[in-house]
Design a protein around this ligand. Structure first.
Ligand SMILES: [Zn+2]
Length: 148
């Protein structure tokens, strides 16, 4: 059996393309597991709900690791910015959605919010450090004048 990485539909091995997702990849169950994509019979047991999005695969991975550390079943899946997205948001880039089981949504949402705040703070710190460095460079330039 093979599975569509986009929608998870099951196909016979000789099928090369998902009927619903043109251009998508069909992979075996092992690969689905490696990519933390739910197989059809697995996803029937619990409904996975999107609790967050990431704009790059590293952030998505970070979120997944964070939730896994809290023993929350989680997977991220890449989405393509479709034509609609280009028109409405002007953003043709792919993005990643983070999904967890329904009963873990609240906890996961809180964890992701905290993580995001931390990531933002780190980015801010980096910006501040760069600013300070700039100031120091300015001081160094004006130093000879102040010495007199
Ligand atoms: Zn599909």
């Amino acid at each position: 059996m093979k599975y569509c990485v986009e929608c998870g539909s099951e196909y016979q091995d000789h099928v090369t393309e998902c009927a619903d997702c043109p251009g998508s990849q069909l992979v075996d169950a092992e690969t689905m597991r490696q990519r933390r994509l739910p197989l059809p019979h697995e996803r029937d047991t619990r409904e996975f709900i999107r609790v967050g999005t990431a704009e790059d695969p590293l952030t998505a991975e970070d979120y997944v690791r964070l939730l896994e550390a809290e023993h929350i079943p989680v997977f991220s899946r890449p989405r393509r910015g479709g034509t609609v997205d280009v028109l409405t948001t002007g953003n043709p880039h792919p993005w990643w959605e983070i999904l967890v089981p329904e009963d873990q949504v609240q906890k996961a949402t809180e964890l992701l919010a905290r993580e995001k705040a931390q990531l933002d703070a780190t980015a801010e710190e980096a910006a501040q450090a760069a600013e300070e460095e700039e100031r120091e460079t300015e001081n160094a330039v004006s130093a000879p004048g102040t010495a007199t």
